[in-house]
Design a protein around this ligand. Structure first.
Ligand code: CA
Length: 586
């Protein structure tokens, strides 16, 4: 405890004044304020674009390490955090629900919060955490036992701690929260356990629930402790009681478009994976669509009401979660759009006002489950590539197997893309892989895997799986591509200096030319990078940070691909790089 007090005093002495509370306006201006980073995505639209150009294509070769910070202990596994920066302190989360405050100048630890996780937590896909959120005098982050914690920014003391859902039923939490108008807004994880996806908003001061919005049709939302409205129409697209354990985990958190005052959350796969168990008969022609699983949902942040939805994979049966981030942006023709690169292999462009479909382009090769996307944004299914119904099999136990592309880990998974206001392009971390997939019978049991499917992931090509692509969202054209042997699993950042940063599982932290894809700089970090880079200005110099620590879903679920990358070492080191002022003009 002494260490905490000393650190806090040192912080106060260094600044000389009491720390100011972070406001809604600070969050609104996060992208433009280049000496601090308060939000996941470097702005709540999640563009991951920095207007800084001190560090640029000419001088990035002079970028050197400033300090490194070890997360310590025996708890390693995937490190997927995005650092936050405020008032001389860097805040990072670590595997096993840890949070660290680090002196921004020296890399010295100020305090650490280590959540005491109960026995029996059920994280599906590694013990990761993707970052926190800063507001007022607190930092907020979620834990693997499906709780949300508010800590004092200065001391790390717990201010409040609330349960999102019951971890014994398979719920967990790994995403960065998002804060809008004093509300801390979270999703949930657990789509492989038959949970129900939900978005919750809490008062940042007290942690009290303000509203909840389940994302599976038939469930009731709440507002100020009372029932508000039903999500969708009961049984319109779900048979019987299947909606009660219908999945749709909102596990990647959300984005916020301030211009339309809209929260956008994605919902994961409907549960179980075996889609024949979710087929419904109804006159609307939407048999078994299973809304709003595998969808993006626009939500009013003041009351949790659904404004619009867009379903990427109706009748989903390949684990193509619809959770990937929705980025608000203005394209080079001046159109205000949303874009999202879906697990199902298609890059979607939507209208900012109402979420209406504008265009879709395949962004990975050899997509097999659909022949394309129609004018309404609905997939043109390739029925031959749907895994078979087990009840049609001779033994009733294993349906016919298909080889489907992309694999269930997706053309793109959680790892965030970046949008450049300089080039108008998206920089998308993608993977080229497929899977053998078959269906099996399954029934729901609390806290047990609820899949009704079996699978093996396989590479498509001998020389690479990972593919970083520059995509023009107006035409869908891939402007350039960087191929990587191992699957990419880390975030991307782009800057006004014409740089695109990302890391590889092989441990290289790289900078590319945003127009050509030429590799301009690389640094070996010692373990695989599955974290998210950031950049900021400090004392007249530009800094870049990224965490290194291999893990995530690939080593756990990657089948043949996991075997190919089993040589990669774990780790847990936050690297901070600096462009020395005297080398900035070179
Ligand atoms: Ca899933």
């Amino acid at each position: 405890m002494n260490r905490f007090i000393l650190a806090a005093c040192a912080g106060l002495m260094a600044t000389g004044v009491a720390w100011a509370d972070v406001t809604e306006e600070d969050l609104l201006n996060d992208q433009a304020t280049t000496d601090q980073i308060l939000t996941n995505g470097m702005g709540r639209h999640l563009q991951r674009y920095s207007p800084l150009d001190t560090l640029n294509q000419d001088n990035v070769k002079n970028l050197v390490p400033a300090w490194a910070f070890s997360l310590g202990g025996e708890k390693q596994r995937g490190q997927e955090t995005q650092p936050l920066i405020y008032d001389g302190v860097m805040y990072i989360t670590g595997s096993y629900s840890r949070l660290y405050a680090i002196d921004l100048k020296t890399g010295q630890e100020l305090w650490q919060y280590d959540a005491r996780l109960p026995e029996g937590i059920l994280p599906c896909c590694d013990v990761v955490n993707r970052g926190g959120a800063i507001y007022g005098d607190k930092i907020f982050f979620g834990t693997l036992d499906a709780r949300i914690v508010a800590l004092d920014l200065k001391t790390g003391d717990v201010v409040w701690r609330k349960q999102i859902a019951d971890y014994k039923a398979g719920y967990s939490y790994t995403a960065a929260p998002i804060i809008v108008d004093g509300l801390v807004i979270t999703g949930n994880s657990g789509g492989e356990f038959g949970i129900v996806g939900e978005v919750q908003a809490r008062d940042a001061e007290t942690g009290d629930l303000v509203w909840t919005r389940p994302v599976i049709e038939g469930h009731m939302g709440t507002l100020n402790g009372e029932e508000s409205t039903m999500t969708g129409t009961l049984n319109a697209t779900w048979p019987g009681d299947m909606w009660k354990t219908g999945g749709g985990a909102t596990w990647l958190g959300g984005s916020y478009d301030a211009e339309t005052d809209t929260l956008v959350f994605g919902a994961g796969n409907p549960a179980p994976w075996n889609s024949y168990l979710r087929a419904a008969g109804n006159p609307e022609g939407t048999e078994g669509d299973n809304l709003y699983a595998a969808s993006r949902i626009g939500i009013d942040p003041s009351n949790g009401e659904i404004k619009w939805h867009f379903q990427t994979t109706p009748r989903e049966g390949w684990d193509y979660d619809g959770v990937n981030e929705v980025v608000a942006y203005t394209d080079n023709d001046g159109n205000k759009r949303y874009a999202t690169a879906d697990r199902n292999g298609f890059f979607y462009v939507l209208n900012r006002e109402d979420g209406a479909f504008v265009a879709a382009y395949p962004f990975v090769k050899d997509i097999s489950w659909a022949d394309g996307i129609d004018e309404q944004g609905r997939p043109i299914f390739n029925e031959a590539n749907r895994p078979g119904d087990p009840t049609a099999a001779a033994d009733g136990q294993k349906g016919s197997t298909v080889f489907a592309v992309p694999s269930f880990l997706g053309g793109k998974n959680w790892m965030p893309m970046a949008f450049s206001q300089k080039t108008g392009n998206f920089y998308v971390p993608s993977n080229e892989w497929g899977m053998d997939l078959w269906n099996e019978p399954i029934s729901y049991k609390k806290g047990a895997a609820y899949l009704g499917a079996g699978f093996t992931i396989k590479p498509l090509f001998e020389d690479y799986i990972g593919s970083l692509k520059a995509i023009d969202p107006i035409t869908g054209e891939v402007k350039w591509e960087y191929k990587n042997q191992a699957p990419l699993w880390g975030g991307v950042m782009t800057t006004a200096g014409g740089l695109v940063f990302t890391g590889t599982p092989e441990g290289e932290f790289k900078a590319f030319n945003d127009e050509t894809g030429e590799e301009l700089w690389s640094f070996q970090t010692g373990s695989g990078i599955v974290g998210q880079p950031v950049t900021w200005m400090q004392d007249g110099e530009q800094y870049v940070s990224v965490i290194s620590g291999w893990g995530g879903a690939v080593p756990l679920w990657g089948g043949e691909v996991a075997k190919e990358v089993s040589y990669l070492n774990q780790g847990g080191l936050l690297w901070t790089f600096r462009l020395p002022e005297q080398l900035a003009s070179n």
